[in-house]
Each structure stands twice: as C-alpha cells, then as structure tokens.
Design a protein around this ligand. Sequence first.
Ligand SMILES: [Zn+2]
Ligand SMILES: [Zn+2]
Length: 270
Amino acid sequence: MRGLADCHIHSELCGHATGTPAEMIDAIAWAGLYGAVMTEHLPLKRELDPDGIYSMRGDIDLLYVAELRDMRFDWDGLNLVIGAEADWISTDVAWTKESVRSAREKGIEVVLGSVHFLDGWAFDDPDQREVWDTKEVDKVWEQYFSEWCKAAQSGLFDVMAHPDLVKKFGHFARDAAQYYDEASRVAASAGVLCEVSTAGWRKPVGQLYPDSLMIELLIQRGVGLTMGSDAHAPDEVAYRFDTCARTLYELGARQVAYPQRERRVTWLEL
Ligand SMILES: [Zn+2]
Ligand SMILES: [Zn+2]
C-alpha cells in the first residue's frame, strides 16, 4: 500500500461492527498505511437508537478516547488520529451542535459529518430498506441533499462522509447531476473536506461514494478529498484503496487530505 490514510474506521464499540479497537489498530498497522483516523459513531439520541445498534453508548466515549490515546502511545510509529462520525440531525440542530462540541471537548480531534437519518428514518439501514417502497426516490434525494448541504455549511465538521450515501441500495434520482453540482458548490464555498468512500463497492449500489461526476466537480472546485473505507471489520481496513487511488488520479486528483487535529491537514501524494 502506498502512503495513504484511511480516514473512516469503526470498531465493535458502535454496536454493529466486529473487531475491538486494538484489533482495528492491528489491521491499520498491517495495511501499511501512512496513517488512519478512527471514527466511531458518536452516541445518538436514545429515541433514534433505542437498541444501541447505531452508535457508541453515552458512557463510553471518554473510554474510547482514552483507549486510543493509550494505543497511540504504545505503538511506536503509529500515525493515528482520534476521530468520530457525527450525525446531522436536521430536526434537532441544537442537539447536533452540542454532540460535536462535547466530542471535541473530550478529545475527539477530527469529526466526520454524516446524514444517516431523514425525519428519523435510517434510510441506509438494511432492516429499514422496505420503507423505500413507500417513498418517491426524487423526493428522498431532494431531502437528503438539502440536509447534506446544511450539514456541510454548518461549520461543525472537518469532513463530509460518504456524500451520496442515499444511493446505497441503488435508488437514483432522475436528475442526480443537479444534486452533485449543488453539493460540490456548497462544499467548496464552505471549505469542508469531502470523503471518497470505498464502502459503496461493498454495498448493493457497487460504486464509490460519491459518484465520479461529483468527484470531478469537487476536484475542479478545489475541495480536498479524503479516502475512507468505513471499515466495520478488520479485513475492511483500506478496502480497495489501490483501485480508489488510481480512480482519483484518473479523475484529476494528485493529492488526498489526511485531516489532523485543530483543522490542520496533511496532504498525501497519489
Ligand atoms: Zn456513516
Ligand atoms: Zn461510518
């Protein structure tokens, strides 16, 4: 593996992944990466995650930071950033802000912003997939990107994760291009980094997140791109990173971003 950084990795702490933090760190070391960002799901509001299957429990996020700090100390040469993935909850932006503020105060160095919920519907959860049958796809896309743009403009997040997650099960708006155009403009004006996620290659849609059109627009508009596997198991760390790096190079990127604490960025050559 060339000198890349996997900037989106989970562990069993989120309730829907396998691998302890130590096992994920092992996998990071073995993948031969330049560096990585651990990005566990921040605790969600109880009503959105009553069974604890989407996020860390409220009482373990401090332990998460402490454990990763210990590992960073113990592993010589391990280039690890302590991050988290936060939910943009459109119906309660004050809660979203407080969740991110509190995470940063507890030592989270980099925060990914994600839209996983639309009016309380976890639209990307396979167990809630049948809800799609009751929806108009164009309307879902409109709502998703409207929320995504608000999240990108909020200034809360270092990186916007898996930008077109809404296509996960293969649902596409008739005019997807207009959403990619708008979202890339908003990301550029907000100065937020955007993730290119190889997780889409493991999902029914079988594509990178985001679409290559949006990647091109982001590059043209000067938006910094990170690479993330969204690993939920040790063998998913750096998933298909060589292919992803080649794709980004072909689309015109020459560097990728490796976000650091205090909004600093290390640039890695492709
Ligand atoms: Zn996510
Ligand atoms: Zn994730």
